[in-house]
Design a protein around this ligand. Structure first.
Ligand SMILES: CC(C)(COP(=O)(O)OP(=O)(O)OC[C@H]1O[C@@H](n2cnc3c(N)ncnc32)[C@H](O)[C@@H]1OP(=O)(O)O)[C@@H](O)C(=O)NCCC(=O)NCCS
Length: 230
């Protein structure tokens, strides 16, 4: 058993190195903790703050997946603030005015963040037209649930929570809980959640230890359940 987990750890470490070698972005600053492989590509600029972590071993899709960070054009930028935690298989792709994830944000597994439509909407101009673009900002201390898609021009305010699977097409204010497709504010964080019938409580994925773990400067042993952040 121990041998098997050592072997899995070694295989993962090799994948991390392989994806570093495959990363072709030459304008990267910062040294994140890569628990999962990270591909960083494109001609733009990628700025990664202190204590940023990619991946979490006990969240879904850890083995075999990778995080994709791309600043496609010369002018595009992806910035990830200090202590942000990006869970497995995130795709963060800029070809426009940029994507900024502020300090301490928690980004769930399989999240996608785009600052462009990447193709013109006009038929016949999909490959050579001008896609619409807009800067994206993910606020300080926000919590973006698993499989959320954040589209061009969206600003998510500080501390806000975006429900799992939501598609965020318009900006969300600070200190709000928003969810759905398209994502709408369902309540303010100042309001308590609606009471629930017994047995419908929070699960281990979004219970308090999650936020405690995310604040740790360096990742410790993986907690049980969904892991430290998401
Ligand atoms: C957004 C979230 C935090 C809200 O939790 P909550 O405050 O307990 O809110 P409730 O469950 O009471 O839901 C409030 C309303 O929002 C809706 N809602 C909640 N989450 C939703 C989601 N992900 N998508 C769509 N609607 C959602 C509920 O149906 C409810 O609507 P109603 O008032 O019409 O019945 C939670 O639902 C969620 O998505 N958590 C993220 C989980 C995750 O991805 N964790 C990372 C992996 S461990």
């Amino acid at each position: 058993m121990r041998g098997a987990s050592r072997l899995a750890g070694l295989a993962n470490a090799l994948r991390v190195v392989r994806f570093r070698l495959l990363s072709d972005c030459r304008r990267v600053s910062g040294s994140p903790v890569r628990l999962q492989p990270v591909l960083i590509c494109g001609r733009g600029r990628v700025v990664i703050g202190h204590g940023v972590v990619f991946g979490w071993p006990t969240s879904g899709g850890f083995r075999g997946g990778y995080c994709h960070i791309e600043a496609a054009s010369n002018d595009s930028t992806v910035e990830i603030g200090d202590g942000a935690w990006i869970n497995n298989n995130a795709v963060i792709k800029s070809e426009g005015p940029g994507i900024r994830i502020a300090a301490g944000a928690l980004i769930g597994s399989g999240v996608r963040i785009y600052d462009s439509d990447f193709h013109d909407l006009t038929p016949g101009r999909r490959h050579d037209g001008s896609p619409r673009m807009g800067a994206v900002e993910i606020g300080e201390g926000s919590f973006i649930g698993d499989a959320v898609i954040v589209l061009k021009g969206v600003r998510i305010g500080a501390n806000s929570v975006i429900g799992a699977g939501s598609v965020v097409t318009r900006s969300i204010p600070a200190n709000a809980v928003a969810a759905g497709n398209p994502a709408r504010v369902v309540r303010s964080l100042a309001q308590p959640p609606a009471p629930r019938a017994q047995g419908q409580g929070a699960d281990s994925c979004n219970s308090p230890p999650a936020s405690a773990a995310h604040r740790a400067a360096a990742p410790g042993p993986a907690p049980v359940g969904c892991g430290g952040i998401a």
